[in-house]
Design a protein around this ligand. Structure first.
Ligand SMILES: NC(=O)c1ccc[n+]([C@@H]2O[C@H](COP(=O)([O-])OP(=O)(O)OC[C@H]3O[C@@H](n4cnc5c(N)ncnc54)[C@H](OP(=O)(O)O)[C@@H]3O)[C@@H](O)[C@H]2O)c1
Length: 271
């Protein structure tokens, strides 16, 4: 039995350090994919209202007990009242009375509603609908703003992060503020697997390339949430809990950072 690594959140709850992402898993395939992930041993499952698979994710979880479930409030539901209603709809689709982590999906700075949205999340936590609350794609100034206006620091910020886009500055902000960094697209949407350095380290360690990348996240104290559709990929990625990278191997992956390596949208503009 593998020891599952945990991170302590600023609300004193424990976050499993490896998760299972479900973006682009259709609702009808989600029960099977989530079930495979839980049987493999994953504890954390990440979904979102916009993925349109919360019903299937909830079905896949069923009565499973070792589970840390997170979902996200979509951009059009921002604002206090809309967020309160959207959260109830998420719970109804998931078939649960609470989630372990509720996130604001994007800051949408031009909308000017993320502070009110954050106030709704604080209320939802007080009501027990979300055990912990956090954000996604927030920049330094967005984080400072919600903390200044409410005094409540998000437990985590889920951001795009992979070897070719390492977000060192924002990770330092998180560390200073006591916020856990959760890595979305941790495998660079699969593109990172064929990189020369990753392939070399996969040969040196005898581990799958995906497990090497995920191990780099874990040894940096990050929480990667890889998405995979097949049992082979799901199991290959879980092997990341079975070995360690040397300091030299970590340094070689650190050297892959590329300031222009962003794959997804820019949070300054996207909504
Ligand atoms: N907060 C946000 O704005 C945001 C944005 C994007 C993503 N996310 C979250 O982060 C999760 C992960 O990000 P992502 O799905 O964009 O990208 P990712 O996890 O970096 O990569 C997923 C891709 O890698 C492939 N893959 C996975 N394991 C593999 C393996 N062992 N060997 C070969 N290929 C493998 C998958 O293929 P198969 O499907 O064929 O296995 C899929 O094409 C999402 O599912 C979602 O939960 C959040």
């Amino acid at each position: 039995m593998t020891d599952y690594p945990l991170l302590t959140l600023n609300d004193n709850r424990q976050l499993p350090q490896l998760g299972f992402g479900t973006y682009q898993i259709p609702d009808e395939d989600a029960p099977q994919a989530v079930k495979m992930a839980l049987e493999t041993g994953y504890w954390l499952v990440d979904t979102a209202a916009i993925y349109q698979n919360e019903r299937g994710v909830g079905e896949g979880i069923g009565e499973w007990s070792d589970i840390f479930l997170q979902t996200k409030i979509w951009n059009e539901s921002q604002g206090y009242d809309r967020t309160m209603k959207a959260a109830e709809k998420c719970l109804a689709r998931l078939g649960r009375d609470h989630v372990d982590m509720l996130l604001i999906h994007w800051p949408c700075p031009d909308k000017g509603e993320f502070v009110d949205t954050w106030k709704a999340l604080i209320e939802l936590r007080e009501k027990g609908k979300a055990k912990s609350i956090g954000v996604s794609n927030f920049r330094k100034d967005d984080l400072k703003r919600i903390v200044d206006e409410t005094g409540v620091v998000p437990a985590l910020n889920q951001i795009e992060l992979h070897p070719t886009f390492q977000q060192r500055e924002l990770r330092q902000v998180h560390e200073d503020m006591g916020i856990v960094t959760q890595s979305w697209s941790p495998l660079g949407q699969g593109q990172g697997l064929s990189e020369g350095t990753i392939q070399d380290i996969a040969k040196e360690t005898g581990q799958p390339a995906s497990a090497v990348i995920l191990r780099w996240h874990i040894q940096h104290g990050l929480c990667p949430i890889p998405k995979a559709s097949s049992r082979d990929h799901i199991e290959a990625n879980f092997k990341t809990l079975e070995f360690t990278l040397s300091e030299d191997q970590m340094n070689r992956i650190d050297a892959m950072d590329d300031a222009s390596g962003r794959i997804g949208p820019d949070p300054a503009e996207f909504c």
